[in-house]
Design a protein around this ligand. Structure first.
Ligand SMILES: [Fe+2]
Ligand SMILES: [Fe+2]
Length: 294
């Protein structure tokens, strides 16, 4: 299917117009909002924070699950929220509550075109793996890696929720014609899910490197503000496909850009294979622990 540049531009403008007019994003749940406010206030102590979080047992369970994640690699079992705050620290708890807020705000219906649980499992696994990669490669901002990894495909969720009939069209084209999801996205929307996600994240005022990682997670060579972060997300995402763990259909044709992995000091495919095989058990165990997430 050949699409003229002018036609593509028209579709892009139309999609951007709809995105611009999404003013009714669901509100963040009250306890999450309160907790985020407390976390933004540096004078708040651990007790106050634990008290606020404890009002929502669902939140407690999820934070404990994340604190005990295999990819996080803590040595002692975390069984109480007070201990979780102590070992993870305020920033880490803030990251976790932020991503949980995004899940809540984007709660979507599962249909035959997108399985909600599968989507968030992929997002969460990529987020945890990105954080672990950041750790292994000595990238200082692990929290940013977690959030960027978690949100890398948020554009998919946006398309499914706000452009539902277009989502179905993309799904059909990708499954019935011999083209990739990204080609189908461009055919239908004039934009890829990376661009849609980026558009939204920018509107939410996320920091530049995070926006860049979301925009370029399939093409880290285009990254401008932080190649290392973007390459980490690219690699974590690719590993879900390669290991066939927590992978999703729209990522089926991800091509690993080994050259860009140079910033992570991985030089060739052999090293990539070795590296990935070392992560296999971590991914498997992590997937097992995510089962209790939703
Ligand atoms: Fe993607
Ligand atoms: Fe992905």
């Amino acid at each position: 299917m050949i699409t003229l540049a002018s036609e593509l531009q028209k579709r892009k403008e139309k999609t951007e117009f709809v995105l611009n007019n999404i003013t009714n994003l669901p509100a963040v749940p009250r306890i999450l909002k309160e907790t985020l406010e407390l976390l933004n206030d540096s004078s708040v102590n651990n007790n106050e924070l634990a008290k606020s979080i404890s009002k929502d047992q669902g939140l407690v369970v999820k934070i404990l699950m994340i604190a005990n994640s295999p990819l996080l690699g803590l040595y002692r079992k975390v069984t109480t929220i007070d201990y979780a705050i102590l070992v993870l620290g305020h920033n880490e708890i803030k990251n976790i509550v932020s991503v949980l807020s995004v899940i809540e705000s984007f709660k979507n219906k599962t249909d035959k075109y997108l399985n909600e649980k599968e989507f968030w499992t992929h997002s969460f696994l990529t987020g945890m793996a990105s954080k672990r990669l950041a750790d292994d490669f000595g990238f200082p901002n692990k929290g940013e890696a977690f959030i960027a990894g978690f949100l890398h495909d948020v554009g998919i969720s946006v398309i499914h929720k706000f452009f539902h009939s277009k989502f179905i069209e993309i799904y059909k084209q990708a499954n019935e014609l011999d083209i990739t999801y990204q080609e189908a996205e461009l055919n239908v929307l004039g934009m890829t899910h990376q661009q849609v996600g980026h558009y939204l994240i920018e509107r939410w005022d996320f920091p530049d490197p995070l926006c860049d990682a979301i925009l370029n997670h399939h093409n880290p060579e285009n990254s401008v503000s932080n190649k290392t972060l973007t390459s980490i997300i690219h690699f974590a995402d690719y590993m879900t496909q390669k290991l066939n763990i927590g992978n999703v259909s729209w990522d089926n044709n991800i091509q690993l850009n080994v050259e860009e992995l140079g910033v992570l000091k991985i030089k060739n495919l052999e090293e990539v294979d070795d590296f990935i095989s070392n992560y296999e058990d971590l991914y498997k165990n992590q997937l097992e622990s995510i089962r209790y997430f939703n």
